[in-house]
Design a protein. Structure first.
Length: 140
């Protein structure tokens, strides 16, 4: 009986251990599901790795993602929803299939990664959902 009670308590706690509170919808006006795809932001993709730190804006962000990256797919809808709503800040995208897709000086070693660039220099480096989403949610 005692063993069965311990098993039931353990099973009841499993959902608590697996919850990621950072996936809670925010009040930025974006939703957790939308119909956007990366192709909808084709004009915002940087295709030449040598220009990732040389875009014309003084301050901008670059989001590095992998098509087959599980973590990138998990936050894709929210990232693209935020990107679609931007009116002041600039967000560029880089599709990473290999290290050749990462520009010199970017320092990106995994996806997803978000960089903040000011005057051609990396001033912010954010990896993973827990670091990236609060930054993106603060953009306008």
């Amino acid at each position: 009986m005692k063993r069965m009670l311990m098993v039931l308590v353990g099973l009841a706690l499993i959902p608590l251990w697996g919850c990621d509170l950072s996936t809670t919808p925010t009040t930025t006006g974006t939703t957790t599901t939308n119909t956007y795809d990366y192709s909808d932001f084709g004009q915002d993709h940087i295709l030449d790795s040598d220009t990732q730190l040389l875009m014309p804006e003084v301050t901008y962000y670059v989001y590095y993602y992998g098509i087959n990256c599980t973590h990138c797919r998990e936050i894709k809808s929210r990232v693209l929803g935020i990107a679609a709503a931007l009116t002041q800040d600039t967000l560029y995208f880089v599709t990473v299939a290999s290290t050749a897709d990462i520009g010199p000086g970017a320092g990106v070693t995994k996806t997803p990664t978000l960089l903040k660039i000011v005057n051609g220099a990396v001033v912010g480096h954010y990896e993973g959902e827990s670091e990236i989403m609060p930054i993106l949610e603060g953009l306008h």
